[in-house]
Design a protein around this ligand. Structure first.
Ligand SMILES: [Zn+2]
Length: 271
């Protein structure tokens, strides 16, 4: 930032504080709201990152894999209340042997075909996607886009920095949740992980999936470690704490699921 930009930024911050309209400031984020960046900025960044990934990793055209992932993802999306302004969720299957899946701000969902041998049924896939959608609707990406190495880089600039081969590209991608794909591991914080687990558990149950399978998923993830650790595990370490928290909330999730089923929510997605 040069001197003139600093003066401009200070003026913007002051007017933001005085008018209480902080959310639309480019690069400054909702100063009053605690989030690091606006929803619109994060959506632009998510879209740019998703386009970059589609160039880097082959997209699967397998109709069965696509129909299966769409079936699970759409079941979750249909009951998700998203406060970030996503209009349409884009769902892409990547032909990629590493076990991973992600959701990005702006409503972008990606699933690697390598996840299928670890998340072996619709309920486990729903657990992964519910968790990932949880990160998006709780705006977990936004706060860390303006911390650490990325502090001082306006989020509004980052989408442009992704398209060029910028030295910060890997860090930006990791900040938004695509670290493993770019060789930069940057897990979310423990409280964010815990929140995403609980939101995910609730979403999968509301969609009619079996919430107990979320625990099976984490057991499978751990069991798949050793020779070939699932990529998802690099940013989502499995732990006893994670499983204990899911167990502690299971009764509530089971009654949520029973309610969903009585409303006719019985997803039957098969690969
Ligand atoms: Zn997570």
């Amino acid at each position: 930032m040069n001197h003139l930009q600093k003066v401009g930024a200070v003026a913007l911050i002051l007017s933001c504080i005085l008018s209480f309209k902080c959310e639309s400031l480019p690069g400054l984020g909702g100063l009053g709201g605690g989030a690091g960046a606006s929803d619109a900025e994060m959506a632009d960044l998510g879209a740019a990152a998703f386009e970059d990934l589609k160039k880097k990793i082959p997209v699967s055209n397998d109709p069965r894999a696509n129909a299966y992932v769409r079936c699970v993802a759409n079941s979750i999306i249909s009951i998700t209340q998203d406060p970030t302004g996503v209009k349409d969720w884009e769902i892409v299957v990547f032909q990629e042997p590493s076990a991973n899946a992600f959701a990005l701000p702006g409503g972008k969902i990606g699933v690697h075909t390598g996840l299928f041998p670890v998340a072996t049924n619709q309920d486990m896939l729903a657990a992964v996607l519910g968790h990932e959608v949880g990160h998006v609707i709780k705006r977990h990406g936004a706060s860390r886009m303006q911390s650490g190495t990325l502090a001082g880089v306006g989020v509004g600039m980052m989408d442009k920095m992704i398209s060029a081969d910028n030295p910060l590209k890997g860090t930006i991608m990791a900040g938004i949740g695509l670290g493993a794909q770019y060789g930069v591991v940057m897990p979310f914080g423990r409280s964010q992980e815990s929140e995403a687990d609980l939101v995910g558990l609730d979403l999968m149950a509301k969609a009619g999936f079996d919430p107990t399978q979320s625990i099976m998923l984490w057991k499978n993830m751990s069991a798949a470690g050793g020779s070939k650790t699932p990529q998802f595990m690099s940013t989502h370490p499995s732990s006893e704490t994670r499983i204990k928290e899911l167990q502690a909330n299971m009764n509530k999730a089971l009654s949520t699921r029973a309610q969903a089923q009585s409303l006719g929510k019985n997803p039957a997605c098969r690969l």
